[in-house]
Design a protein around this ligand. Structure first.
Ligand code: PMP
Length: 461
């Protein structure tokens, strides 16, 4: 028997506390160690290949072996490995990337602020909003409205806007002043017989009632992912964003589009805002911005907000916010190369063109399966929700076990997905081909059949 005592598996369990992981279960089962990646595949330390059906954490647009990103990082490391952007300092990659992002994003967004993660970006947006309303002499206008099952990150402010119990319970979150509306998930939350349009109207009315109840003079902003992702992949009902936007404008409530997952082609459009006709005051970007080869996030803000911030910082001396790595030259150089490749290879149009292979493929092959309650998605992001009783939409009790089983079976079949309660999420790299989508569907189908057999044995007397 080989001595495992010094293996990476043992050292992992001995030394690491993993994010978003059951720590005791981890002690028992140990880590899955990924050693390399190529295209849409990653390989574990036993040499087994997996299709990364979630692009890592919804983020590796270019797949796992893009040499040009490594070269861009190496070139920048040698030219200027680090410099900051405090106190009027700057660097070329940060300037070029800011210019590129202003060009790409909707009209009216004119300035970029760099951060390192989606959570930091969302915290920064809220601080900007508070600063903006203080500058305008309306210090009571500070509340932020989000939605149940939203995911905006896990720092104290971002975690307050997230609407998932796991990220809030036992962390004393949300903070006061962070409110949550009904999740715009038609399958679960519409009334019997309610159309998508009527459901959207009801949700916009709910937003307006909340603003009026709280007092518009206390409500600063509404934040949303155009398509909700980490809460279970939930595209909005028809007409939702137009109606929500009208309510926000009516009450002088700023709109924040969290495009951390949607941005850069995930939905087959440059941004979720393009797909749904949203004109936000802030857009939050990360993940596919660098294909996650480097940590980087960005806020793109409106000229109107910028002018107020600029006037106020002039009055008090400076805009007192920023990070050591704000505008990091290596991260921004990698982002520029990543965006160049997305453009050169036409990957946004590619995502739109092959989306039906994923969306129609999932629906035609699995929507009628007895375990499947709903198949949903847009572009190259999709969710398959499992249910105990298809006709009644009954959830499994306890939730999550069947999806966890399916997730493990899929991994056996060489496919990494994400289980969110009883929804399996799909979000492959944008470089995926139609044939590779076929492989995802085959492997998922095998895991679904395994899971159905398992559910039937469990149900047997
Ligand atoms: N916003 C959204 C929409 C996200 O999906 C995520 C991460 N999944 C975040 C914010 C937080 O990003 P990070 O994990 O980089 O803090």
């Amino acid at each position: 028997m080989t001595d495992q005592s010094n293996s990476l598996h043992v050292r992992d369990v001995a030394n690491l506390l993993h994010p978003n992981t059951n720590a005791r279960r981890h002690e028992a089962q140990g880590p899955m160690i990924i050693t390399r990646g190529e295209g849409i595949h990653v390989y574990d330390d036993q040499g087994k290949a997996y299709i990364e059906g979630l692009a890592g954490l919804w983020s590796v647009a270019l797949g796992f072996g893009e040499k040009r990103l490594a070269e861009a990082a190496a070139r920048q490391m040698q030219a200027l490995p680090y410099y900051h952007t405090f106190s009027h300092k700057s660097n070329a990659p940060a300037i070029e990337l800011a210019e590129r992002l202003v060009e790409m994003t909707p009209e009216g967004l004119t300035k970029v602020f760099f951060t390192n993660s989606g959570s930091e970006a969302n915290d920064t947006v809220v601080k900007m909003i508070w600063y903006y309303n203080n500058a305008l002499g309306r210090p009571a206008k500070k509340k932020i409205i989000s939605r149940a099952r939203a995911y905006h990150g896990i720092t104290i402010i971002a975690g307050s806007m997230t609407g998932l119990p796991m990220n809030q319970r036992d962390f004393d979150l949300p903070l006061p002043g962070f409110l949550h509306l009904t999740c715009p998930h038609h399958y679960r939350n519409a009334l019997p017989g309610e159309s998508e349009e009527d459901f959207a109207t009801r949700l916009a009315d709910e937003l307006e009632a909340m603003i009026l109840r709280e007092g518009p003079e206390t409500v600063a902003a509404f934040i949303g992912e155009p398509v909700m992702a980490a809460g279970g992949v939930m595209p909005p009902p028809e007409t939702y964003w137009t109606k929500i936007q009208a309510v926000c404008r009516r009450h002088d409530v700023l709109m924040v589009a969290d495009e951390v997952i949607n941005g850069f082609g995930r939905l087959g459009t440059p941004f979720g805002c393009d797909r749904y006709g949203i004109s936000p005051d802030f857009m939050v970007l990360s993940k596919q911005l660098t294909s996650s080869y480097m940590p980087l996030s960005a806020i793109v803000l409106s000229d109107q907000v910028y002018q107020v911030i600029a006037d106020n910082s002039d009055r008090i001396g400076a805009f007192g916010h920023g990070f050591t790595a704000t505008g990091h030259p290596v991260a921004t150089a990698v982002a520029l190369e990543n965006l160049r490749i997305i453009e050169e290879r036409g990957l946004i149009a590619h995502a739109a063109a092959i989306a039906p292979a994923l969306q129609d493929g999932l629906r035609s092959r699995f929507a009628d399966h007895p375990l499947v309650g709903e198949v949903r998605g847009v572009g190259l992001i999709a969710g398959v929700e499992l249910v105990a009783d298809k006709a009644r939409k009954t959830k499994f009790d306890p939730p999550g076990q069947v999806a966890a089983y399916l997730h493990a079976r899929a991994q056996e079949h060489g496919l990494i997905l994400r289980a969110i309660e009883d929804t399996l999420a799909f979000c492959p790299p944008l470089i995926i081909t139609e044939a590779e989508i076929g492989m995802i569907l085959d492997r998922f189908g095998a895991a679904l059949d395994d899971s159905y057999a398992w559910v039937k044995t469990r149900a047997a007397p």
